[in-house]
Write a protein that binds this ligand. Structure first.
Ligand code: SF4
Length: 434
């Protein structure tokens, strides 16, 4: 048996990298299997953004080994980079590889067999300049691909371990991004999502910029949709917004981390903008692209976030004309300044605040979708769901589900937007009777 099961914890960038690892296994003659099915190798690409992510990684190793006790278990990624010994102490782990080592797996590992003692290979990330591949096929329906264009981060947000796990900011040269984007188009992908740790920082050290990359990607024949996975508000320039407005390929959708609506907390977080700057970005987007969908990252329960600071965030979010929030409950991370800050918020209260903002997010999603009720928008249809519907996203990121045939997977089809059903809007393709 030469089967490898791959599993990703964490962000889109991790998914893209796991996929690149999978491609390498395939080139070496291995078959890719589902985690939980029979496989003799298990690769887990870990995340350490919160304590939950660490816990999830440990649970997955244990679960995978219950099904395949003889499988060779390799754990790599950010958690492995920062806490190799902790991972090596999990029963059944055979290899621990750091963030960069995952791309040299075949050079490092001689035999994919169980080891008496876990083998740990974790390099010094601070000196890391290599980039590593590349892109992720989100599904076999050849719909969206996540293309890694940037890695690492030079910011020093006080709560974040990502720069420790992934090193300094670095970018893939434009020529290589173009080459990979061309390959994705040749493989019939319809949408390319540019991804990185701090994607807006793309090209800064090479005398280039994200805006220049986007312009160059417009020259690649056949790209139908382009999206930026996430961009810091201070890096979202007027030029990028104008380019998006003028482009028929750039999707009118931005995901912009806010983290807090309180300037006191933003300052403690060492974020590079204040709430007014953020509001200005949202207003500029909507003045230029009125139907744009905007997603927001928020962290609740940061040290020093008293009732007043939390309500400042809640009210700021309440009044912000955006589509949805991704809410993270603050958790203390080792080797971060925030861990030492005064004003620890009790865990129960952090959870209560998380629930409040998530509820507000659900309301926003419904209100945003309702603004487009009965209008016609193009949807890229993705995989079929267990409930038999096929889901996809509009250009401005409304999730749509239709009762449809599998043939529509991977196609961009106009639909008439129906009513919001809590998770998505139920619609019918425009070609059918409403
Ligand atoms: S911008 Fe801040 S939160 Fe984002 S990866 Fe860099 S340090 Fe972490």
């Amino acid at each position: 048996m030469n089967k490898v099961a791959l599993h990703t914890v964490g962000c889109k960038l991790n998914y893209a990298e796991t996929s690149a690892v999978g491609e390498r296994f395939k080139r070496e003659g291995f078959e890719i299997a589902e985690l939980g099915s029979d496989s003799n190798i298990i690769v887990i690409n870990s995340c350490t953004v919160t304590e939950n992510a660490n816990r999830e990684c440990r649970q997955i190793v244990r679960r995978a080994l219950r099904k395949n006790p003889e499988a060779c278990v390799i754990v790599t990624g950010c958690y492995a980079q920062l806490k190799p010994e902790e991972i090596a102490s999990i029963d059944g782990v055979d290899y621990v590889l750091g963030s960069s080592e995952k791309f040299r797996l075949f050079e490092i590992i001689d035999s994919f067999t169980k080891q008496e003692v876990p083998q740990v290979t974790v390099g010094e990330i601070a000196h890391e300049t290599s980039f590593g591949p590349a892109f992720n096929r989100e599904s076999d329906a050849r719909t969206r691909a996540f293309l890694k264009v940037q890695d690492g981060c030079d910011y020093n947000c006080s709560f974040c371990t990502i720069p420790l796990a992934r090193g300094a900011s670095r970018s893939q040269p434009i020529s290589e991004v173009i080459q990979q984007a061309t390959e994705l188009v040749e493989r019939s992908y319809k949408e390319i999502v540019l991804t990185g740790v701090n994607t807006g920082d793309y090209g800064r050290k090479n005398g280039s910029s994200l805006c220049e990359l986007l312009l160059r990607l417009h020259d690649v024949n056949g790209i139908q949709r382009l999206r930026i996975s996430s961009i810091e508000p201070n890096l979202l320039t007027d030029e990028i917004i104008k380019l998006t407005a003028a482009s028929d390929r750039m999707m009118p959708h931005f995901h912009i981390p806010l983290q807090s609506g309180s300037d006191t907390i933003l300052s403690k977080m060492r974020r590079r903008y204040r709430s007014e700057d953020y509001r200005n970005r949202v207003e500029t987007i909507l003045e230029t692209i009125p139907d744009a969908g905007i997603g927001v990252d928020v962290i609740v329960g940061f040290p020093g976030e008293g009732k007043e600071e939390f309500m400042a965030t809640y009210e700021f979010l309440h009044d912000l004309p955006v589509q949805y929030f991704h809410v993270f409950t603050y958790s203390e991370r080792e080797k971060t300044p925030a861990r030492e800050f005064a004003g620890c918020v009790p865990v129960k209260e952090r959870r209560r605040r998380t629930r409040m903002v998530r509820t507000l997010s659900e309301k926003k999603k419904g209100e945003f979708a309702a603004c487009f009720f009965d209008s016609v928008r193009a949807v890229l249809f993705e995989a079929k769901r267990v409930d038999g519907t096929i889901q996809g996203y509009t250009d401005n990121y409304i999730r749509v589900s239709v009762e449809g045939k599998e043939e529509i997977q991977g196609q961009i089809i106009d639909v008439r937007i129906g009513e919001w059903q809590g998770e998505s809007v139920r619609s019918v393709p425009f070609t059918q009777t409403v």
